[in-house]
Write a protein that binds this ligand. Structure first.
Ligand SMILES: CC(C)(COP(=O)(O)O)[C@@H](O)C(=O)NCCC(=O)N[C@@H](CSSC[C@H](N)C(=O)O)C(=O)O
Length: 348
């Protein structure tokens, strides 16, 4: 009997849709202006699998709302920008998915239900501990004297802890895993989930850790087939991208106005991190921006809120050395802010 899955959506997002490979019905996409945040969704076709995901999400939220359980949407991993309809080349955004997958575990262990909107094939909660790139699970196994495949004795305890947490989330239906690959798929799926999650008001929490593209190539200007290097454009590749609509304003103002919304600001220059994080908070009027530098994102983050300004969360050298995960410090602080948000919003 196959084990129950953690409701992993059956859709695949990492393959292009041949049917639209040469669809020229898409109008020329104007440069992104505020008004175009909405036009983007009117002028682009949604991914064909969206109705399937909608059913999974609606059932998931309804079942946890009945138990008055808080639900958090965790976005994780980087979005891609395809350069050809029959995609061979694409622009990717850096993200291994560690922040999202690790944070999802701490939310689950603190009583939240989690919708995990992630880049397909990036790290997932629990299995991230034994992913093919870090700790290959095969290295934890051996054959015993009877030829039975077993987990090596020295790893039994640590793996049992992860296994039990995973089974608890799976068997109680606390985790819904939804994939994306392109920025287009991400934006349509985020909008769908946001509008479904809006029904639970302040009990809904958004933790936007995905690395989202800021620019994209509109369908109407996308070549059907693989760009040929030798004879196209004198051997040079010139790409003119449009700005991705600033969807965060739509999420805050319209899609889920009562939810608590947290975005991440990723920079590599420490001199601009705080001003960019403050700028995002002023621009979108949501509740929290978590700033982090690519280079030190596993050791420190800065919380920027309208009420308290900013404060840093940092691992001590000892914590970093003993494997403490910074998300174990981040999530409890977020839960406390979310509790206050629920109290404040429910009295409105
Ligand atoms: C991606 C990382 C650094 C985690 O890394 P891994 O653990 O390796 O996965 C995450 O912590 C993060 O900063 N995520 C957010 C990154 C991001 O793209 N943030 C956007 C804001 S949300 S995208 C919104 C859009 N650009 C807009 O302005 O509306 C930005 O910095 O601009």
């Amino acid at each position: 009997m196959t084990p129950p899955s953690p409701t992993i959506s059956r859709v695949r997002t990492s393959v292009f849709e041949p049917a639209t490979a040469i669809d020229r019905t898409f109008p020329e996409f104007p440069a992104a202006q505020p008004i175009d945040e909405n036009n983007y969704f009117k002028k682009h076709k949604p991914p064909p699998y969206l109705s399937e995901i909608s059913k999974d999400v609606a059932n998931f939220i309804a079942s946890h709302n009945k138990q008055n359980r808080k639900v958090v949407l965790v976005t994780s991993g980087g979005t891609t920008v395809p350069l050809e309809n029959n995609t061979v080349r694409f622009i990717d955004n850096f993200s291994a998915g560690t922040r999202g997958a690790t944070s999802a575990e701490y939310f689950l262990e603190n009583g939240y239900a989690v919708i995990f909107l992630h880049r397909e094939f990036s790290l997932l909660p629990y299995s991230r501990h034994y992913s093919h790139t870090t700790n290959c699970f095969l290295d934890y196994m051996n054959e015993d004297e009877n030829g039975q495949v077993v987990i090596n004795a020295e790893y039994q305890n640590e793996m049992r802890v992860v296994l039990r947490k995973y089974q608890n989330a799976r068997d109680k239906g606390l985790l819904l895993v939804v994939p994306f690959t392109t920025v287009h798929q991400y934006l349509f799926t985020l909008k769908l989930i946001s509008q479904e999650l809006s029904v639970i008001g302040p009990n809904g929490l958004f933790y936007l850790a995905a690395a989202v593209s800021d620019f994209f190539l509109p369908h109407s200007r996308m070549p059907e087939h693989k760009i040929q290097s030798q004879n196209d454009n004198d051997g040079k590749l010139r790409v003119s991208l449009e700005a991705v609509p600033k969807f965060l304003s739509r999420l805050v103002d319209s899609w889920a106005p009562l939810a608590m919304i947290i975005s991440f600001k990723l920079e590599t220059d420490s001199n601009i991190l705080l001003s960019k994080a403050r700028g995002a908070l002023e621009r979108y009027n949501h509740q929290l921006v978590i700033g982090n530098l690519l280079q030190t994102r596993k050791k420190e983050v800065v919380f920027v809120t309208p009420e308290e300004g900013e404060h840093w969360i940092r691992l001590t050298d000892e914590q970093h050395a003993n494997g403490t995960e910074i998300e174990s410090l981040i999530i409890p602080e977020i839960m406390s802010l979310h509790e206050k948000w629920c109290e404040k919003t429910s009295t409105l």
